[in-house]
Design a protein. Structure first.
Length: 242
């Protein structure tokens, strides 16, 4: 028994030193003290420093089914006019970062007509055939281009999020883990898509437990036309980094 007290005391000293050494001023460590005091083991994880070559704030916007499906064979599995209007309201005149399949969702490009600048992450698209659309090799590359555009337009921009990520699956995965992510806007559709077919290709949104640790639900409202006619019920949720 007498030998245990020095070990316990050393553990207490280590914990005090560790807590003092945490970066409490880091904007991404908001709420870290509270979670530490409540015994949350996730509070001990490494908090990465925000990347400089990216906009200070970016947003994610997506429409997902109950089982997190966002696309079937490169297309939306639903047609909800209010969801389209919601997407346009968030991204109108802004920078939108998307993948090749999302870019080619409509041959006429009508789904992107309201965008200020579009950046497509692709290693196969020919930049000379994409007109004013910018091509990036990765999300980090796209965010670097977006920051440059924002810096050039800084004098005319208002406060808010000027860069949005609109899919697909891999870009959502990377964006949700990025330190610049500030808001997540989800249209949650009350339907399940059968993903057991081996013929069709499905894209899915990352599971909530993998990204919402640092986010809180800011608002949730039902869609105006939920459950009317052939439309399923749906709601709009907004999550913001704490």
């Amino acid at each position: 028994m007498p030998m245990r007290r020095p070990c316990i005391e050393l553990l207490r000293i280590w914990k005090r030193t560790y807590v003092r050494g945490l970066d409490w001023c880091n904007p991404d460590s908001s709420g870290l003290k509270k979670r530490w005091s409540e015994g949350d083991p996730g509070a001990c994880r490494h908090i990465p420093t925000p990347k400089k070559n990216a906009p200070d704030k970016i947003g994610v916007v997506a429409a997902i089914s109950k089982n997190r499906v966002i696309g079937v064979c490169g297309e939306l599995p639903w047609d909800i006019p209010e969801d389209r209007k919601h997407f346009e309201a968030l991204t109108s005149g802004k920078i939108l970062i998307i993948g090749r399949r999302t870019f080619g969702e409509r041959e006429d490009g009508a789904h992107l007509a309201h965008i200020g600048r579009c950046i497509v992450v692709s290693n196969t698209l020919d930049p000379q055939k994409c007109g004013s659309t910018l091509i990036a090799t990765s999300l980090d590359d796209a965010l670097g281009q977006a920051k440059q555009i924002i810096m050039e337009q800084k004098s005319t921009l208002r406060c808010g999020i000027h860069c949005w990520v609109g899919g697909g699956e891999r870009l959502y995965e990377e964006a949700l883990a990025h330190t610049s992510l500030h808001e997540v806007h989800l249209t949650e559709i009350d339907t399940e898509i059968d993903i057991n077919s081996g013929i069709k290709k499905f894209a899915r949104f990352p599971a909530k437990y993998r990204w919402d640790r640092n986010f809180r639900l800011l608002e949730k409202r039902m869609g105006n036309c939920s459950g009317q006619g052939a439309l399923p019920k749906y709601s709009f949720s907004t999550y913001r980094r704490e």
